[in-house]
Design a protein around this ligand. Structure first.
Ligand code: SAM
Length: 344
């Protein structure tokens, strides 16, 4: 059985119940992928035919994921985000939410979704203990949705956002990957949403992965360009935003109940504030979104590792968490073909 044997007792950056990496960054946030499957095929993310999927038997069960999160919580993780692939295609996800919501030490449980299946699940997820959702949405135009996502569904996503508002899965964040020449003419429509509703629209710089690298330079738009364009729409002022774990910088228009934000993985490096690690659907602890640093958790979990042993593996992972990623325009930063492989 593969078990880490590194003894971190007394390591200067570790102390009881807190997790920090070798660069003294507190690591409190774990993104948990529950599947690599997705019901969309966004052009910047996945090929139309999909990817070679992880074998079903290699995907962790809810009971196994719960054990991983118990170990993580014991090591010092406080926030969990469920992601994928598309997490809502995993059957009975609310059962996993209920298991994780009950874990001592976890005080924030959120979900990233494309929203297609959210309308029918929002209330059940909220009742099970989900705190909030992020919905990915790159366009507000139905035909364009079909072009970008290669499947229809805008109406369903908008219904999902409404259901999430009703279920009080707040603050509701909408994540929009901005692509020059594909959806950058919709910044004003997205910004208008924040003047009408208490939603937080975050514009994300498109990141290069193997799948999209060919067109990356043409489609990339920096967050500075995005902020400048948003600034022409009104008196945009820096804002605190809704809080959370992420690296977004927020701005708001006067009197708006919501805010706009930018996430700038390429143009405005924020690795020095990184607070997160990831767990893939097949049980790998992934230390950096870009870079290939990971630890196998599935083997020890399936061999019966205890909560403390799993916590020890999280602490060991801190030794190989890199200081920063090395993303550059037009170059994939790792072997990853698409975010769905590891949970974006
Ligand atoms: N299916 C869920 C969703 O749509 O939120 C969770 C997984 S998805 C991979 C997570 C986020 O990563 C989405 O907002 C998606 O738009 C974003 N994403 C995927 N590939 C990306 C890329 N190359 N650059 C920037 N964001 C990307």
């Amino acid at each position: 059985m593969a078990r880490a044997t590194i003894d971190l007792t007394g390591a200067p950056w570790q102390s009881e119940g807190t997790l920090a990496d070798a660069f003294a960054r507190p690591i409190t946030y774990l993104r948990v992928s529950v599947t690599d499957r997705c019901n969309l095929r966004c052009t910047y993310c996945m090929p139309e035919a999909g990817l070679p999927w992880i074998e079903k038997t290699d995907i962790l069960t809810f009971e196994e994921i719960e054990r991983v999160v118990r170990g993580a919580a014991s090591a010092g993780v406080r926030s969990i985000r469920l992601t994928g692939g598309e997490p809502l295609v995993r059957r009975d996800l609310a059962q996993l939410v209920a298991r994780l919501a009950a874990i001592e030490g976890i005080d924030d449980l959120s979900l990233s979704t494309n929203g297609l299946l959210l309308a029918e699940q929002a209330h059940t997820l909220a009742s099970a203990g989900l705190s909030r959702v992020n919905v990915s949405l790159d366009t507000l135009r139905p035909e364009r949705f079909q072009t970008i996502a290669r499947r229809p569904g805008l109406e369903r996503v908008l219904a999902g956002i409404e259901a999430a508002i009703e279920a009080n899965l707040a603050p509701i964040k909408i994540n929009c990957v901005v692509m020059r020449g594909h959806n950058d003419d919709e910044l004003a429509e997205f910004a208008a949403l924040t003047r009408e509703r208490a939603v937080f629209v975050r514009f994300i710089e498109m990141m290069p992965v193997i799948e999209n690298v060919a067109g990356h330079l043409d489609r990339y738009l920096s967050s500075q360009d995005i902020i400048e364009r948003l600034g022409t729409l009104g008196d945009l002022q820096p804002s605190n935003g809704p809080g959370g774990n992420g690296p977004a910088r927020y701005f708001a228009y006067p009197g708006a109940p919501g805010a706009v934000g930018v996430i700038s993985p390429l143009s405005h490096e924020y690795c020095d504030r990184c607070n997160r690690v990831r767990h893939t659907a097949d049980g790998r602890l992934r230390l950096c979104l870009f870079g290939n640093h990971e630890i196998d958790l599935r083997t020890p979990v399936r061999a019966g590792a205890s909560r403390d042993e799993i916590a020890g593996l999280f602490r060991s992972g801190m030794l190989i968490k890199p200081e920063r990623h090395h993303l550059r325009l037009g170059e994939p930063g790792s072997r990853m073909r698409a975010f769905s492989e590891i949970g974006g």
